[in-house]
Design a protein around this ligand. Structure first.
Ligand code: FES
Length: 104
């Protein structure tokens, strides 16, 4: 199974068997320590905000303008921020490590 490494808001790392072909958010919202994803992936709530480990960042598909606009308005925005609803989890991303961002 493709692996996703998730650091929760308490700093605890979890290794999960993630489903490919789904958005990363769809894998994360299943978890107790995951994301709320209130808008369901419409790129409007930012409750799926994660920080992607630097070495993985450039392997992700580039950001579209609506994702960038929403992220850069957040108080917890960092250069490795992504909205997990905008990134599909593919087999090539197995091993990806990310951290769930604080609530806004
Ligand atoms: S789930 Fe709302 S922006 Fe990603």
């Amino acid at each position: 199974m493709p692996l996703l490494r998730v650091v929760d808001r308490d700093g605890i790392e979890h290794e999960i068997d993630a489903k490919t072909g789904l958005k990363i958010m769809e894998n994360l919202r299943e978890l107790d320590y995951g994301v709320a994803a209130i808008c369901g992936g419409m790129c409007s709530c930012a409750t799926c905000h994660v920080y992607v480990e630097d070495e993985w960042l450039e392997r992700l598909p580039p950001m579209m303008s609506d994702e960038r606009e929403l992220l850069t308005e957040l108080s917890h925005y960092e250069k490795n921020s992504r909205l997990s609803c905008q990134v599909e989890f593919t087999p090539e991303l197995s091993g990806l490590r990310l951290r769930i961002a604080p609530d806004e």
